[in-house]
Design a protein around this ligand. Sequence first.
Ligand SMILES: Cc1ncc(COP(=O)(O)O)c(C=O)c1O
Length: 412
Amino acid sequence: MTSGALATRLTSTLTAEPDLGRWRDETPGCAHRNHLNNAGAALMPAAVLRAINDHLTLEAHIGGYEAAEERVSQTDSAYESIAGLVNANARNIAITSSSTVAFIQALSTIDFAAGDVILTSRCDYTSNQLHYLSLARRHGVRIIRAEDLPEGGVDPDSVRAIARQTRPRLVAISWVPTNSGLVQDVGGIGEICEDLALPYLVDACQAAGQLPIDVSRLRCDFLSATARKFLRGPRGIAFLYVSDRALARGDHPLYVDMRGATWTGPDALSLVDDARRFEDWEFPYALVLGLGAAVEYASSIGIPRGGGRALALATYLRDRLTTIDGARVLDRGRHRCAIVTVDIRGWNATHLVAELRRRHINSSASLGWYALIDMAEKHAESAVRLSPHYYNTLEEVDAAVEALREIVTGRG
Ligand SMILES: Cc1ncc(COP(=O)(O)O)c(C=O)c1O
């Protein structure tokens, strides 16, 4: 399809959304900002703010521990909602302070020894790569990154071949990396892990809220995700899915605390039997309720519907960006999502992001080292990351493109 034809087709679909006005009315931030940084942290809907504020107010009035006891059933409902989001049971959900912490908790279930292999992808998230490097330093773990497909994204055949040969202690894949709209084939890798009985950890941080998640189809042992991105929850809260298989094996984080286990004798501990063994005793109840409200809100709209609209806006945006002189859209892969990255010849992304911010347009900069291998292959030192969500409008996307054009042609 030609660029013009694509834009016309998307324009009519995107302007026909009957609930857009309501979604925007329910999002206080829409009145102030053109927010295209949902891969950073999305704008929270009013229902999420209310859930957090109500609980903080209750804590201030009756005491933090007492407020937690009063809200036990609402807290339980938050677990149920999160479980529903990923097609699991509440007993499989642990709430953590960040997606990174969720990931580390899962990683720390394994007693790595020198020579053990972690099999991952070339596009896996920065901090995950840093964890592996740290494990390599301390325990002599070997990091093997599977080959990519020619169109981008991890190649399942390469994963299978390496896995057969090296029997990794862990296979870990970022579903969507931080620095591009690439969607990796986590389902395909899950089948391989199941065939070969290999532990499998999925980083779904950028997927949650924009892609439907079904852990039974992913066949993963663990899956980490955050509230603040496409789920539109608050900052500082995230979750980990822990499979029944992992619970039955007795998997637990290295530093289990008194929420996750009981001290049963001077030299003995007993683990709790559900995923809460991956949690900390101290717990941000207000944020947990905010996360629950965010998941309920997302579910009321429907992930395929919200994510589908976000993707259509991103596809439109990619098309429009190609009309800027020197602009190069960097997103690769057979499947892409609502993260759009663009390199504009001769321009540093940090500068462009600051210029957009001056115009009340929110975006973020992906620096080369955030995705060292991928960005080097793309010959990009940095990229502007624009990530629309379903509550954004076509006009906002157009405004961002025109602002970038103005900046780089010196008209701004
Ligand atoms: C793919 C991916 N994984 C993990 C993370 C880490 O999430 P958090 O900052 O909640 O630890 C991010 C953050 O941007 C991410 O993009």
